[in-house]
Design a binder for this molecule. Structure first.
Ligand code: FAD
Ligand code: SIN
Length: 512
């Protein structure tokens, strides 16, 4: 039985719900798909800790200052117009969310409290529940989204199109395969952390949106820029989703130490422990390689009232027997965020008529080669809302869609554990040509697969996206942002541009 809508949104995180609500406000019928059961912790949004970077009125901050920090962190690859447009719309988007019920932490004067994170020269990050910002953002959006038609346990498995424009989505439901017919589809599928053995991302972050877009013929870009968060908790576990230790702890005075108690960031960057994330992750990675230690340490003993200000982090530490008020927190860099994704403009429009993307799945030009901390929830809110409006407008002008049968070629996949092993070994914080070639060779051995389950589909998506990341990383023969090449350690001004990528006729990833 075919489901019909004007707009289909894939994903129920910050970008998906912002988009769905905006499309509904514009008067269009909306169906929202989520591959998980409705539960706490199903989205990356839920796990966000540090906060939302936003320029508040009547402070010493300015849009120009936030833009300058974003461009500096982005290593020369941000689109300055996109950054300005998104940052300038941030306060309105956050104020709307507060009006919808989100409660951000306030200081004694009743105004929103501001913290700092890496790469920010000012305190401009609002937060909730101390370090449980994402849970509050998700709670407020879930509440507002009670009016939306949300289909849980519905995995989008292919985008349907007639060669010129989108006609709908093939979907795997608990009752079997189905089709959602719609002239506008919004990808809000989040990130791809499960390309790696250990990640801060939830289970659903398997790169589906990038794979769906590439399979349909849309363009992606900047996939080589995978951000490793400097401080994933090192708890000895082998892999899967690992807890994050928020950067805001360093914003409140915590310092990174090596196993000998030496400060890791001393003399490396003018911002020290609050250098942009790519710089800090690379410094820790280099120190671990040099010393052979398993992990670095975060010294948060000087942070005032740490248990009250950081209840989430405190609970995570206590669960492994560490009291952050008295003991050092063991940490290691972990796969955290995809700076690249499906190419869009700042309104979520992709290269394909009827297809939109917002949130972590999209490459708007906001993040360049390295995302500035706490700019992701901001981008998801702003561009999610805009994509909803643009998709509603497109649906009105395109009229009802009539999808044909799914015609995409069979998928291919390699074993997930093997994929994660090769990505974690060869395509991690530090890469080189021979390692990337070995990874490409391994991924080339993918076997044809007809996806029958969500897991099969995710394995095919992970394989396509891993091959695309490897192709992009091999093409970029320089070091920039979160892409560090041992064989090309310097930044090359001649490569200060984003490189678009598509699948070719043999369904191999090719830089355009
Ligand atoms: P998500 O919130 O991940 O939602 C993706 C949705 O898509 C899910 O509902 C998923 O089920 C669905 N989906 C995926 N594939 C399919 C499919 N095939 N079919 C159907 N549904 C599908 N950013 C900040 O700005 N500030 C922070 O403090 C911060 N802290 C973070 C802490 C952690 C631990 C993590 C992991 C990330 C953090 N980030 C932070 C990053 C930020 O949280 C994410 O980038 C952002 O929430 C992504 O939102 P999204 O809507 O794009 O995706
Ligand atoms: C954190 O709280 O350290 C994560 C912030 C982010 O990913 O933007």
């Amino acid at each position: 039985m075919t489901i019909r809508a004007d707009v289909v949104v894939i994903g129920v995180g910050v970008a998906g719900l912002a988009a769905g609500l905006a499309a509904q406000r514009a008067g269009r019928s909306v169906v929202v798909l989520s591959k998980t059961a409705p539960r706490r912790g199903a989205t990356a949004t839920y796990y966000a800790q540090g906060g939302v970077a936003v320029v508040l009125p009547d402070t010493d901050d300015s849009v120009a200052a936030h833009v300058a920090d974003t461009l500096a962190a982005g290593g020369g690859l941000c689109d300055a117009d996109a950054v300005t447009s998104i940052v300038a719309d941030g306060y309105r988007a956050v104020a709307d969310l507060a009006a919808a019920g989100a409660r951000f932490d306030t200081g004694p004067d009743g105004r929103w409290s501001l913290t700092r994170e890496g790469g920010h020269h000012r305190r401009r990050i609002i937060h909730a529940g101390g370090d449980a910002t994402g849970a509050e953002v998700q709670r407020a959006l879930d509440h507002a989204a009670a009016t939306l038609d949300i289909r849980a346990r519905h995995t989008a498995t292919a985008l349907l199109h007639d060669g010129a424009q989108i006609t709908g989505v093939a979907v795997l439901t608990p009752d079997g395969p189905d089709i959602v017919a719609a002239p506008s589809v919004i990808l809000a599928t989040g990130g791809l952390g499960h390309l790696y053995r250990a990640t801060t991302n939830p289970d659903a972050s398997t790169g589906d949106g990038v794979a769906l877009a590439l399979w349909a013929g849309a363009q992606a870009a900047d996939l080589e820029f995978i951000q490793f968060h400097p401080t994933m908790l090192f708890d000895g576990a082998a892999g899967g989703r690992r807890p994050l230790i928020t950067e805001a702890l360093r914003g409140e005075g915590a310092r990174l130490l090596d196993a000998d108690g030496e400060p890791i960031m001393a003399g490396i960057h003018p911002l020290g422990d609050l250098a942009p994330r790519d710089v800090v992750a690379a410094a820790i990675d280099a120190r671990l390689r040099a010393t052979g230690a398993d992990c670095a340490y975060l010294d948060a003993r000087g942070v005032a009232d740490v248990a009250r200000r950081f209840p989430t982090v405190t609970a995570l530490c206590v669960a492994i027997g560490v009291d952050p008020a008295r003991q050092l927190i063991p940490v290691t860099p972990g796969a955290h965020y995809s700076c690249g994704g499906v190419s869009t403009d700042p309104y979520g429009r992709t290269t394909m008529p009827g297809l939109f993307a917002a949130g972590e799945v999209a490459r708007t030009g906001m993040h360049g080669a390295n995302r500035l901390a706490s700019n992701s929830l901001l981008e998801g809110l702003v561009v999610g809302g805009r994509a909803g409006v643009a998709a509603a407008e497109h649906a009105l002008s395109a009229g009802p869609a009539t999808p044909g049968p799914e015609t995409s070629a069979p998928r291919a996949a390699i074993d997930r554990a093997e994929l994660q092993r090769v990505m974690s070994t060869e395509v991690s914080v530090l890469r080189d040509g021979p390692g990337l070639a070995a990874a490409a060779e391994k991924l080339d051995r993918a076997r044809p697969l007809t996806p029958r389950t969500r897991r099969d589909f995710e394995d095919a998506a992970l394989t396509t996206v891993a091959a695309a990341v490897v192709a992009a990383a091999a093409h970029r023969a320089e070091s920039r942002g979160c892409h560090h090449r041992a064989d090309f350690p310097d930044t090359d001004d001649g490569q200060a541009h984003s490189v678009p990528l598509r699948l070719d006729d043999t369904r191999d990833a090719r830089v355009a």
